[in-house]
Design a protein around this ligand. Sequence first.
Ligand SMILES: C[S@@+](CC[C@H](N)C(=O)[O-])C[C@H]1O[C@@H](n2cnc3c(N)ncnc32)[C@H](O)[C@@H]1O
Length: 222
Amino acid sequence: MNFDRLAPHYDWMEAVTAGGLLQRARTHWMGELSGCRRVLSVGEGHGRFAAAFLQSVPEAKLTCLEACARMAARAGRRIERIPGAAGRVEMVVADVRQWKAPADAGGFDGVVTCFFLDCFEPETLARVVERLAAGAAPECRWLNVDFALPARPGFWRWRAAVVHALMYWFFRQAVGLPARRLTVPDPLLQKAGFRLVGRAEFDRGLVRADLWRRAGSAPSAQ
Ligand SMILES: C[S@@+](CC[C@H](N)C(=O)[O-])C[C@H]1O[C@@H](n2cnc3c(N)ncnc32)[C@H](O)[C@@H]1O
């Protein structure tokens, strides 16, 4: 999988196909990260989450892990435009499957995966979630934002299935995406000690923003 070819087009493609929908989902639980010191955003892509985070949570440091150098460069340019933000960001160009979380400083107290976990087939996804959970602090919050299938059968579920099929077909052609369909990551996050404390649905359940916390920490008020 290589997003190099898509990187120059990612912004306009998102604007044309989804308007502000994906960004609303990315930022829905942003307030839940306000107490965090060190946040990891994996597969950060073009930097839209990172830019919003750096403006909303000025006290935190952000590590962006991104496999595609051209995507990381776009994110870097977006971040540079925010006064004082560049010094709070570490941009790591690496494949999460080879990356090891730094052993120092007690782990990340926030993990963010926006439209990232849906890239992987079940076996790889299990390894990715395990690896990220190993780098997370005991009180970690995990924001996972992704496409979803509405639970209730009917028109909106059927529409979501069609949208998924088209998206997977497109991304398989454009970037060599290994996954053929969405694998729901919830059981993997639960196995890693997280519990779901907030779920917001967008566009009739086509997109979901989930807030997970490691068991034992205080539940969200929202
Ligand atoms: C579908 S895009 C999502 C980008 C962004 N997070 C968003 O909200 O739109 C997936 C991103 O994950 C990155 N990616 C894919 N596989 C990766 C891996 N194994 N390690 C790190 N990043 C990866 C891609 O380069 C791409 O930028």
